[in-house]
Design a protein. Structure first.
Lengths: 594, 81
């Protein structure tokens, strides 16, 4: 990094913190802090809705998947996000926003009962802490790998082994300051800033990369059809790079996992709840869906270009592309190197593994001269921090409203809960730092935690679907259904194994009754089993228990709620029109990249 | 409550755009061998400048419209977003 890169990075930090400071004065009530006073325009919420999810896993992970699986990674957007975003905007937002619930767990209490809320609130709170910790770990690891601070540390005579700790501390402090001062508003405004920075930093990268490899047709010629088609080959699991057949993909990813995330995860739904009106809340996920639809070209395409480039690029001396010299990697993706021995890591068959996570960072270093490099790295850091802040603001809200106010100290003044929210921001981030170090020291524990979260999350959408659209669903039904769904996910995972994997964290710890062609196929089918079990058990238990009083369900269930009144909007601004446009666009993209 | 995010957004991109344009115009052309000979700082800096100016103008316009609406309460039309 040269002076100009530091200047751009510094400017960004100044603006991020400045927004927090500017908003400090307007945080008067807990609703200002946790719900942004329900006063944010739809387009701002929409971009935040999308950016809150645009964390490290997204930018680094999708580039890595692009390098590994090719354009089929776009299924995570076109099948795995857009339909669910449309559904939550058109059908579910009337209940989330209309019920005046302050959080997703609170909706569950209004609709069902205390125990269902408690289950959701506690598992969600723990999950957000770990997610933000993982985000922080990813930032620190990247800063370390790219040697961003090495020069500065050398000049100051500091030990370069502190860079990891320093990076953790810096990202924690920045996120802490702006969420502590401005709460959800600050997080949302910064997410908008981050959104535009990511576009500004990544669009030229895709352009230069594509130009270099001879456009899309050049990429097709270099990589071959398995990388450049998203649907061809999906009729069977062994004829495509993902190792999944179309049914598992559409049902597992497109239905269960995607709807489970976009329609029930408070992290994203909170952005819509902050909107200034019902119509703005409904348009929030729909507006977010437009950039979401196009993001594969920014985050997946660089991954594909990275493997299409010649392996030994001419590296100018000022850039520090992390390329292992011997033996050569794939494109500009280096081999995975064991940190302790310095030797390339091998898989079970003795073949070297590639470090796909470096696809996007190496692309930045490969194409960007000083100046643009600063902007690109700023965009990368911005995306990490927006992912982290999203978790922090969702955590402090759920903690304060659904755990503290409900179980620890009900009936306190609003000022007290505002204080609690700020305090929760501080200890939430402190716990995240702990989680980041845990991820660094014990990789296996993190893998296991993520597995447990997957079990807890998989059945959620069945509960919400039944709760919102079937008035007979009872609290006992919902609660038992969730537990049964989670148990089904765990059992399915314990009974199956992806091909070539070792029994343990990857599955098969009860017995091996079925082998999946890939880990992804196993994940999708785990979700399908969890969802179906939850759906069936919820219905059975609901029918066996006393029906809820209909008068209490007004505003919470579809058949008992009057249709939301349409604001007088131009035809193209109405939720239904936006939904049709974004769905049509997605279908078109799927056809183009068939 | 809150702020019009287009104002800080506009200013940030005006600043970043200006930095890139000035640096792009002044820097050694051999620097751009890695970006396929394209002076990516200069050209992309111009794009960011235009975007920043647009956001800045939009936020100013709606601030003026809001001020007018306050002065003339009988016509409560705001420019919206």
């Amino acid at each position: 990094m040269t002076g100009i890169d530091w200047l751009i990075l510094g400017l960004y930090f100044a603006f991020v913190l400045g927004i927090g400071v500017a908003l400090k004065g307007s945080m008067k009530t807990s609703a200002d802090f946790f719900l942004a006073g329900r006063a944010i325009p739809a387009w701002v919420c929409g971009l935040a809705f999308m950016s809150a999810n645009l964390g490290a896993q997204e930018v680094i992970g999708m580039g890595a998947s692009g390098a590994k699986y090719g354009i089929a990674t776009s299924h995570f957007y076109w099948i795995g996000a857009i339909p669910a975003m449309v559904f939550v905007g058109i059908f579910m937002m009337p209940f989330y926003y209309g019920s005046r619930a302050r959080s997703v767990p609170e909706y569950l209490r209004l609709r069902f009962d205390e125990k269902t809320r408690g289950l959701n609130a506690i598992s969600f709170a723990i999950m957000t802490i770990f997610s933000s910790g993982i985000s922080m770990y990813a930032i620190a690891k990247l800063i370390q790998t790219l040697h961003v601070f090495d020069g500065v540390f050398q000049r100051l005579g500091l030990n370069s082994s502190w860079i990891f700790d320093f990076a953790i501390l810096i990202s924690a402090i920045v996120v802490l300051v702006y969420t502590f001062l401005g709460g959800l508003s600050s997080a949302i405004y910064n997410e908008v800033l981050q959104f535009f920075l990511i576009v500004a930093g990544f669009l030229p990268l895709s352009y230069l990369g594509l130009k270099n490899v001879g456009g899309w047709s050049g990429l097709k010629a270099t990589l071959g059809p398995s990388y450049t088609h998203s649907w061809a080959g999906l009729s069977r699991a062994n004829t495509n790079r993902l190792g999944v057949e179309w049914f598992g993909l559409v049902m597992g990813l497109g239905f269960v996992l995607s709807f489970g995330y976009w329609c029930t995860d408070f992290l994203v739904v909170q952005r819509a709840m902050a909107a200034k009106s019902m119509s703005a809340a409904r348009r929030t996920p729909l507006i977010g869906a437009f950039p979401k639809m196009l993001f594969p070209f920014l985050v997946i395409l660089p991954g594909l270009i990275a493997i299409a480039l010649p392996t030994q690029p001419a590296v100018p001396p000022h850039a520090r592309v992390v390329v292992s010299a011997e033996p050569p990697g794939k494109g500009i993706i280096p081999l995975k190197v064991d940190a302790s021995s310095g030797q390339p890591m091998l898989d079970k068959d003795g073949k070297p593994q590639f470090d796909y996570d470096l696809a996007v960072p190496n692309m930045l270093l490969h194409y960007f001269p000083p100046g643009m490099l600063g902007l690109g790295l700023t965009a990368l850091l911005a995306s990490f921090m927006s992912g982290m802040a999203g978790n922090v603001t969702a955590f402090n809200t759920v903690w304060t409203y659904d755990i503290y106010q409900s179980y620890i100290r009900p009936g306190a003044t609003d000022a007290h809960y505002l204080w609690m929210g700020r305090t929760a921001t501080v200890f939430g981030i402190a716990f995240s730092i702990g989680a980041a170090y845990m991820a660094n020291r014990f990789n296996n524990i993190m893998d296991m935690l993520q597995l447990v979260f997957a079990f807890v999350n998989a059945p959620l959408f069945a509960t919400f679907l039944l709760g919102m659209f079937w008035k007979r669903t009872t609290g006992h039904g919902a609660f038992t259904g969730l537990l049964a769904g989670t148990a089904a996910a765990a059992i399915h995972h314990g009974l199956t194994l992806p091909a070539g994997a070792v029994v343990g964290i990857k599955g098969g710890w009860l017995a091996i009754t079925h082998t999946y062609p890939s880990e992804m196929a196993q994940n999708f089918w785990t979700a399908i089993y969890a969802w179906s079990t939850c759906f069936v058990v919820t219905i059975i238990v609901s029918l066996m228990t006393r029906a809820p009083e209909e008068s209490k369900l007004v505003g919470l269930v579809y058949s008992l709620t009057p249709k939301p009144e349409e604001e007088p909007l131009a035809w193209y601004g109405r939720p239904a029109s936006l939904a049709i446009m974004v769905l049509a666009g997605t279908v078109l993209l799927n056809i183009i990249f068939w | 409550m809150g702020i019009d995010i287009r104002l800080p957004l506009g200013i940030l991109f005006l600043l970043v755009g200006s930095i890139l344009v000035v640096y792009g115009a002044a820097s050694d052309p051999t620097l751009y061998r890695q970006s396929l000979g394209i002076n990516v700082n200069l050209y992309w800096g111009v794009v960011l400048l235009i975007f920043g100016a647009l956001m800045f103008m939009l936020s100013r316009r709606s601030a003026r419209a809001a001020a007018r609406a306050e002065n003339a309460p009988q016509s409560p039309r705001s420019s919206g977003h």
